[in-house]
Write a protein that binds this ligand. Structure first.
Ligand code: HMG
Ligand code: MG
Length: 289
C-alpha cells in the first residue's frame, strides 16, 4: 500500500476570498457541505479578518453557523488578531490559523505591519487559543518570492517558520503565494526550513500561477512533507498579491498523488463534484491582469 498524503482543502477560504463576485452564504455552505462528504480531515472554511480588508469573507460567521459538520472533520478559520480569534471561538471553529510573511513588502500589504509587528500581534492569539484548547496552524507567505520585494532568500522563511513553531503552532504551511516558484527554488527553501522545523510539522501551500505546483509538491515529498493545501476547482489567489492565481486544484493534486501510488482517503467522485460546483461559482468575467 502506498504512503498516505493529506490534502488540506482551503478552497472555501483561500479560493473564495479572491472572487470579485459577492458569493451568497448559501453557495458557500453548499460547497463546504459537498466537501464535507469527500473525506477531508481538515477544511478551511472561514476567515475572521477585517471585512474592510477582505469583504468576500465578511459572512464567515454565518457560513460556520449554517454548514452541516461531518464528524471527524476539523473546520478551520483564519485569524489575524485577537478580534479574529474571538469571532472564531464564537463560531465554534475547530482550529485556527495565523499568518505571517517571509518578506516585509507582503507583510505591509497584507497585514499593514512589519514582520516583527505581526509576530507581536499573533503571539497572544496563539497563547490564548492554546489555553482554550484550540489547535493553531501557521502560514508563512512568500517563501520564495514576494510580489513587492522580489526573490526571497531561504533564510527568511526558515527564520519565520522557526519562530512560528516556537510560538506553538502544530504545523507550518509554507506558501508560494505568487505561484511561480521553480522546483529548484523550493528545494533550496526546504533545505533551509527543514533544519529549523521537521518535515512532519510542515505543509506545502502552492499556488499554481506558472503551472509548476505539482512539480513543487513532488520536491516537497522528497523532503518528507506529507500535507498539501489545495483548492477544489483551482479557486483563488490573494487579494494582496497582485498577479497571483489560484491554489493548485485539489482534483489535480489528487489525480497526481494516485498516479504516484499514494493514498489519500478522498472520494475522487465527490471531489470532482465539489470542483464542478466551485468552478460554477467563479466570477464569469474575471478582471484581466
Ligand atoms: P488595520 O487596518 O491595520 O487595523 O488592519 P485595525 O485594527 O485598525 O482594523 C481596521 C478595521 O477593521 C477596524 O474597524 C477594526 O475594528 C476592524 P473600524 O474601527 O475602522 O470600524 N477589524 C476587524 N473586524 C473584524 N474582524 C477582525 C478585525 N480586525 C480588525 N479580526 C488587519 C489590520 C490585520 C486587521 C488587516 O490588515 C487584515 O484583516 N488583513 C487580512 C488580509 C487578508 O485576509 N489577506 C488574505 C489572507 S492571507 C493569504 O491569503 C495567504 C495564505 O493563503 C498563504 C499564502 O498563500 O501565502 C494564508
Ligand atoms: Mg494562499
Amino acid at each position: 500500500m502506498g504512503e498516505h498524503v493529506e490534502i488540506f482543502e482551503v478552497g472555501p477560504r483561500d479560493g473564495l476570498q479572491n472572487e470579485a463576485r459577492a458569493i451568497p452564504v448559501a453557495e458557500k455552505v453548499a460547497l463546504i457541505d459537498t466537501l464535507s462528504r469527500a473525506g477531508f480531515r481538515r477544511i478551511e472554511v472561514a476567515s475572521f479578518v477585517s471585512p474592510k480588508w477582505v469583504p468576500q469573507m465578511a459572512g464567515s460567521d454565518e457560513v460556520m453557523a449554517r454548514i452541516r459538520r461531518a464528524p471527524g472533520v476539523s473546520y478551520a478559520a483564519l485569524t489575524p488578531n485577537l478580534k479574529g480569534l474571538e469571532r472564531a471561538r464564537a463560531a465554534a471553529a475547530d482550529e485556527i490559523a495565523v499568518f505571517v510573511s517571509a518578506s516585509e513588502g507582503f507583510s505591509q500589504a497584507n497585514l499593514n505591519c512589519s514582520v516583527e509587528e505581526s509576530f507581536a500581534r499573533i503571539a497572544p492569539v496563539v497563547d490564548l487559543a492554546r489555553e482554550v484548547g484550540l489547535p493553531v496552524r501557521g502560514y508563512v507567505s512568500c517563501v520564495t518570492e514576494c510580489p513587492f520585494d522580489g526573490a526571497v532568500a531561504p533564510a527568511a522563511p526558515a527564520r519565520v517558520a522557526a519562530r512560528l513553531a516556537a510560538l506553538g503552532v502544530y504545523e507550518v504551511s509554507l506558501g508560494d503565494t505568487l505561484g511561480r516558484a521553480r522546483p529548484e527554488q523550493v528545494r533550496q527553501m526546504l533545505d533551509a526550513v527543514t533544519v529549523e522545523v521537521p518535515a512532519r510539522h510542515l505543509a506545502g501551500h502552492f499556488h499554481d500561477t506558472a503551472g509548476r505546483a505539482v512539480d513543487n509538491i513532488a520536491v516537497s515529498l522528497d523532503f518528507g512533507i506529507r500535507v498539501f493545501d489545495a483548492a477544489v476547482g483551482g479557486l483563488g489567489g490573494c487579494p494582496y498579491a497582485p498577479g497571483a492565481q489560484g491554489n493548485v486544484a485539489t482534483e489535480k493534486v489528487l489525480a497526481w498523488l494516485l498516479s504516484q501510488g499514494m493514498q489519500t482517503d478522498l472520494d475522487a467522485a465527490i471531489v470532482a463534484e465539489a470542483a464542478a460546483l466551485a468552478r460554477s461559482m467563479r466570477d464569469p468575467s474575471p478582471v484581466p491582469e
